[in-house]
Design a binder for this molecule. Structure first.
Ligand code: DQA
Length: 145
């Protein structure tokens, strides 16, 4: 099966970006770990980080055409703003898990609302980069069902 991991704006800065909030691990490190974990289980993992809303939307459209089985997405700031990316997720019909490194509910009120949570299979937040590993674990069991 194929799993797509999508990272929204500013996540390319992981490692140096407010490390007390987002941790010291780089995005490349996270993606590499996820790719090898998926490969161990015989699955193919693709990933994209973009600071541009349209690129993420177009990647989701392509994912549907490619037959991607599951998406793990950290929409980053688009979580709180993007009806367009939400609509793309709905249009793709691909099941997904929403991940946030930080506990968005313990932060500013504008981070409490997500345009994705009500349509996600599940939501993981506040566990740092481990959230991605847990999301992948959940995705793998769901793909096998
Ligand atoms: C984030 C939380 C968002 O509120 C923020 O805009 C981000 C990262 C997280 O992973 O904790 O860029 O999605």
């Amino acid at each position: 099966s194929t799993i797509l991991v999508l990272h929204g704006p500013n996540l390319n800065m992981l490692g140096t970006r407010e490390p007390e909030v987002y941790g010291y691990e780089t995005l490349a490190n996270i993606d590499d770990r996820l790719r090898s974990q998926a490969a161990e289980h015989g699955h193919h993992l693709l990933h994209l980080q973009s600071n541009a809303e349209y690129e993420l939307i177009e990647r989701v459209h392509e994912a549907r055409a490619e037959g991607v089985d599951f998406i793990i997405i950290n929409p980053a700031a688009f979580t709180h703003t993007s009806v367009a990316l939400r609509d793309a997720m709905l249009a793709s019909g691909i099941p997904f898990i929403e991940v946030h490194l930080s506990n968005v509910h313990a932060r500013e009120p504008f981070r409490h609302h997500s345009y994705f949570s009500d349509i996600a299979e599940g939501v993981i937040c506040g566990l740092g980069s481990q959230g991605y590993d847990l999301a992948l674990q959940a995705a793998l069991t769901r793909i096998h069902r």
